[in-house]
Design a protein around this ligand. Structure first.
Ligand code: ADP
Ligand code: F6P
Length: 320
């Protein structure tokens, strides 16, 4: 019987997941495997909601956001009995391995499935760039470009009204999107969960730069920080500058992936199939010093990702 490789996307979607699915599919077919697209994350395995992906089935998706094989959360997969059931289904389907595209939670599922005898390789797919073992995650660049485009639009209207825009960006518990977009948009202040902040310091900075003639302000707030509407109100009350809170929300998760996301997704997808071809599982593919590499899943999950303190300092020192 022909050997197969499964591919699934799990957890929150991110632009570039399609490019990864396409790369996995095309690489595996090139190497002589059949490819099975498992729909809606681990749910698809448990419910046998799977479809063969042929070469032309992944045409015309590299440029699309979202994920053509759908994604979902599957809490039942945390139960060992369900992991064993999924492993049995993989064996019945003659799967040599599964590529799991998602975040840390999805990698825990991939580690469990590997333990149950099905080699799995994780690819980092999330806009948050919060995966410890990888400098870069698929979707991060597209999301940041979306944020910058939207903040540039807010800046236009802030300029007309001499206002302060307090903009909440995604990132779950991480401030990478906030810091980088804050730099790119010249935000007067960037609030992130990784660095202690004080509303009084933000207000003092706004007043200080207003003294130098600045009349419109951008404050970027990472979602993990707290209540953005409250922050805008406190700024308005203390400075008298009209302040408007904008929560960018899920618009940050959509859109056509950038070149960087398409290329990284293609490179990582290719690498994942190379591992499975050699029978190697329980690995996460990541990026280290700008190069694609692989690491044991448990080790990947125990790593710490440093916050870019220098960039944070630069942001504070050049944006006034
Ligand atoms: P992400 O992969 O983006 O971190 P989640 O944390 O929501 O997203 O996890 C996605 C899915 O991965 C979960 O719905 C579940 O199917 C699976 N998963 C998460 N944690 C575990 C775990 N500890 N063991 C097995 N599977 C898990
Ligand atoms: O992990 C991606 C992400 O968009 C986070 O930035 C955000 O906190 C979360 O997912 C939102 O999840 P949901 O789509 O379930 O609302």
């Amino acid at each position: 019987m022909e050997k197969k490789i499964g591919v699934l996307t799990s957890g929150g979607d991110s632009p570039g997941m399609n490019a990864a699915v396409r790369a996995v599919t095309r690489t595996a077919i090139y190497k002589g495997f059949k490819v099975i697209g498992i729909r809606r994350g681990y749910n698809g395995l448990l419910n046998r909601d799977m479809v063969e992906l042929k070469v032309r089935d992944v045409s015309d998706i590299i440029q699309r956001g979202g994920t053509a094989i759908f994604t979902a959360r599957c809490p039942e997969f945390k139960e060992w009995a369900n992991v064993e059931k999924a492993a049995q289904i993989c064996r019945e389907e003659n799967m040599a391995g599964v590529v799991v595209i998602g975040g840390d939670g999805s990698f825990r599922g991939a580690a469990d499935l590997s333990k149950a005898g099905i080699p799995c390789v994780g690819l980092p797919g999330t806009i948050d760039n919060d995966i410890q073992c990888s400098e870069y995650t698929i979707g991060y660049d597209t999301a940041m470009n979306t944020v910058v485009e939207l903040i540039d639009k807010l800046r236009d209207t802030c300029h007309s009204h001499d206002r302060c825009a307090v903009v909440e960006v995604m990132g779950r518990h991480a401030g990478h999107i906030a810091l980088n977009t804050g730099i790119a948009c010249g935000a007067t202040a960037v609030l992130v969960p990784e660095v202690k902040w004080d509303i009084k310091e933000v207000i003092d900075k706004i007043l200080e730069v207003r003294g130098s003639g600045k009349k419109q302000f951008i404050i970027v707030v990472a979602e993990g920080v707290g209540n953005t509407i409250d922050i805008a109100k406190q700024i308005e009350d203390a400075t008298g500058i009209e302040s408007r809170a904008t929560i960018l929300g899920h618009v940050q998760r959509g859109g056509s992936p950038t070149v960087r996301d398409r290329v990284v997704a293609s490179e990582m997808g290719y690498y994942a199939v190379e591992l499975l071809e050699k029978g190697i599982g329980n690995r996460v593919v990541g990026m280290k010093d700008g190069k694609v590499y692989d690491v044991d899943i448990q080790e990947a999950l125990s790593m710490k990702k440093p916050f870019n303190d220098r960039l944070y300092t630069i942001c504070n020192e050049i944006n006034f």
